[in-house]
Design a protein around this ligand. Structure first.
Ligand SMILES: [Zn+2]
Length: 108
């Protein structure tokens, strides 16, 4: 009978399943997040906020696997633009309501 010694001991922190480049993840500008398919069928998710706060670990909501995201500042530029656009939209909406927001010049 073959012995298997790759069963993780309980209580250990999750092992990093893989290292994935952010560019290989699917961007979701509406959610300001990226996803990457997990072998269990669900999706690893990492948000722009998490990356900006130094979190590079994406977790799968359905199993205990985690992946480490490899990224560079320029990889999140597009998502940051999206974040700005969404904030601007929100401000514009609140401007219409209370009219005391400030509007900044947009340099194209
Ligand atoms: Zn999973």
């Amino acid at each position: 009978m073959p012995l298997t010694n790759d069963i993780p001991a309980p209580g250990l922190p999750p092992t990093i399943y893989d290292h994935i480049e952010l560019l290989d993840c699917t961007p979701h500008p509406d959610k300001l997040a990226w996803t990457y398919p997990c072998p269990c069928g669900d999706l690893f998710t990492i948000t722009l906020q998490e990356l900006q706060h130094g979190t590079e670990i994406a977790t799968c909501p359905s199993c205990s696997l985690v992946i480490q995201i490899i990224w560079e500042e320029e990889d999140i530029d597009e998502m940051k633009e999206e974040q700005k656009a969404q904030e601007m939209e929100r401000q514009e909406k609140s401007n219409m309501v209370d009219g005391n927001g400030t509007r900044e010049e947009i340099c194209a």
